[in-house]
Design a protein around this ligand. Structure first.
Ligand code: ADP
Ligand code: MG
Length: 321
């Protein structure tokens, strides 16, 4: 099977005809028609086997995740996802692998209503690079630089689930039972919060998606905005599965604050719009949790339920000695 047959067989079906794709797969470049008055939001992410996903990850999940992490970036900009390209490096032509990979990609592409419009196919160690393109009305994108003192800090869904699954995989422990399967699904099949990004675009001041963990990612917002954050550890949204997987509160908070891969959105919302933001999330069937406040003093601080500051250690967050 040559490269062109491979593209025809597995990837052309992900490229349905649509008005905003003047020319899709098959020429030297795609021709896209963005809506009038919109800017293009463009983002790329690469997944490398063994680095960005466990080597035993199902091909379906690799396809899903490669697209999901890119769509998550568009969600964090408040952009509407439209198109993507796929640069795929494969060690060999493994048809069952390709069929699974394409099915995972297709499942999320259909879900998010995005069209594959081109790419590149080469031989080498497995790696997947996707470039996703979205549209956002000029002047209305959510940026990292918009956080203001007094904003509530909001996160969607729950935190720490993917990190718990990754830790379990790193320890070599088998996935046993429904709860552990749900945690592993959070690592393998993240849900990009596209609808939430759109719903909060005109309510939030700033947003970022949580790929590297709350401390690191919110840290980017704080740097870009020139502000600090006061986080309430007791308010971090926690799944029932994570409570079981990590009963120790310190260790659990470490997963939630330092662990990555949840692909939830973290937004800062002015207090006057908090109720509207929470209602907008609820309409989408998503929880939005107030985990703290943007403050003037720079830095990322975490407090316990009594207002005492916690200090990050290797084992987790602890009280100052
Ligand atoms: P060129 O040599 O002009 O770069 P290619 O032979 O790399 O063209 O690709 C031929 C066509 O197939 C192009 O339209 C390209 O965008 C598309 N394509 C290549 N690989 C993929 C892929 N993995 N998924 C989707 N489209 C692809
Ligand atoms: Mg090419």
């Amino acid at each position: 099977m040559d490269e062109f047959e491979l593209i025809r067989c597995y990837f052309a079906p992900l490229s349905p005809a649509r008005p905003n794709v003047v020319l899709g797969i098959g020429d030297d470049a795609a021709l896209l028609a963005p809506a009038a008055g919109h800017l293009l939001a463009v983002t790329s992410d690469t997944l490398i086997a063994g680095r960005h996903f466990p080597v035993d990850t199902a091909p379906f999940d690799i396809g899903w995740k490669a697209l999901a992490v890119n769509l998550s970036d568009l969600a964090a900009m408040g952009a509407r996802a439209r198109w993507f390209t796929l640069a795929l490096t494969l060690p060999d032509v493994d048809r069952p692998w390709l069929a699974g990979f394409a099915a995972g990609l297709q499942a999320l592409a259909a879900d998010a209503d995005v069209a594959l419009v081109g790419g590149d196919t080469t031989r080498g160690p497995l790696s997947v690079t996707i470039t996703a393109i979205g549209e956002v009305p000029a002047g209305r994108a959510l940026r990292r630089s918009g956080a203001r003192p007094g904003d509530r800090i909001a996160v969607s869904g729950t935190l720490g689930d993917a990190a718990a699954a990754l830790r379990q995989w790193q320890r070599g422990d088998a996935v046993v039972g429904e709860g552990q399967r749900r945690l592993r699904a959070r690592l393998d099949r993240p849900s990009p919060r596209l609808a939430l990004g759109l719903a909060l675009r005109d309510l939030a001041h700033a947003a970022i998606d949580l790929s590297d963990g709350l401390a690191a990612d919110l840290g980017h917002v704080l740097d870009a905005s020139g502000v600090g954050a006061a986080i309430q550890a007791a308010r971090l949204p926690t799944s029932a599965e994570l409570l079981i997987a990590e009963p120790d509160a310190d260790a659990r908070q470490r997963l939630q604050i330092a662990g990555g891969d949840d692909y939830e959105l973290c937004l800062t919302v002015p207090a006057s719009r908090w109720i509207a933001a929470q209602q907008a999330a609820a309409t989408l069937g998503l929880s939005l949790t107030d985990i703290g406040e943007i403050v003037q003093t720079r830095g990322f601080s975490v407090y316990d339920g009594n207002g005492a500051p916690l200090r990050f250690t290797e084992a987790g967050y602890r009280h100052f000695p």
